[in-house]
Design a protein around this ligand. Structure first.
Ligand code: PAF
Length: 283
């Protein structure tokens, strides 16, 4: 695996691959890689001849009181895992390489309508930071296919919309959430959990499953489903940001024509903020 820190170096390797007609897959990450990321790599590998991964903790997507400084950074372990997952090229840029005008002067991408709700309501500016860095990475790598985790369902939806709206020629693929045997979705932020909190954390997934079961049996009282989910998270000692049933395409409350639904939840537990979601189909 080749590791590069500069955009120009990355482009030199990529243009040689393109000249050979090779299909390029891309997995953007913030590092501290785990089994969830490895599944994204495998999905990219399956769809492309060469796989590029980026590791960049993007300051634009962290709020002033969030965990940018303490976000886990494990570059040596990440490089080893990527090598083992047959990644061909690791892009490891500095903040200056990505935002040469400084983070406050960087051109921003804002995906209206999808960015303000759910996590966007409690993390203002977060999705603008995500859309901006992903648009920039897409411009740098110019991959044929890029893979993102479905665990971050709102992020995936925003990136798909941005790609369509800006006519960026990349296929955006969602990969299924990887879970621990007890249901907890893999996340770099799980390492903030104490042992006692880790034992409670799977209740988020359990609450989502119960909500999906209620929808699957034909129930349409989404307010009651949301209230039950919120109550369960509170009972488990979590501080829920939201527990919401939404249309999977628009992320708005389901309308009469909504068929594909998603139940999404975010909750704080100790120092961690857990997010997860499950899809449901309305009968
Ligand atoms: O999901 C993440 O790890 C990040 O939000 C992403 C997509 C790499 C952008 O920084």
């Amino acid at each position: 695996m080749q590791t590069v820190t500069r955009i120009a170096e990355l482009r030199a390797t990529l243009s040689a691959w393109r000249a050979q007609g090779l299909r390029i897959g891309f997995v953007p990450t913030m590092g501290n890689l785990h089994a969830g990321h490895m599944s994204l790599l495998a999905a990219a590998r399956y769809r492309a001849d060469r796989v590029v991964a980026s590791v960049f903790v993007n300051p634009l997507q962290f709020g002033p009181n969030e965990d940018f400084d303490r976000y886990p950074r494990t570059p040596e372990e990440d490089a080893q895992l990527l090598q083992g997952a047959q990644c061909d090229l690791l892009f490891l840029p500095s903040v200056e390489e990505m935002y040469p005008q400084g983070r406050d002067q960087a051109t921003r991408v804002h995906v209206r309508g999808l960015s303000e709700t759910l996590c966007g309501r409690v993390r203002p500016g977060h999705f603008e930071g995500v859309a901006t860095v992903v648009a920039k990475l897409f411009g740098i790598v110019q991959a044929d296919v890029a893979v993102f985790g479905e665990k971050d369902f709102q992020q995936l939806t925003i990136i798909q919309r941005m790609t369509q709206d800006l006519s960026i020629p990349v296929e955006v693929v969602g990969a299924a959430t990887v879970r621990a045997p007890d249901g907890l979705a893999m996340s770099s932020r799980n390492r903030y959990l104490t042992e006692a909190e880790r034992a409670v954390a799977p209740r988020l997934h359990a609450a989502l499953m119960t909500a999906v079961k209620r929808i699957d049996t034909g129930e349409r009282d989404y307010e009651s489903i949301e209230a039950q989910g919120q109550a369960w998270l509170l009972e488990a000692g979590m501080r829920p940001d939201y527990f919401a049933v939404r249309d999977a395409l628009t992320l708005q409350a389901p309308g009469p024509a909504s068929r594909e639904l998603v139940v999404l939840a975010a909750a704080r537990l100790g120092k961690a903020r857990l997010i997860d979601n499950l899809r449901a189909t309305r009968r």
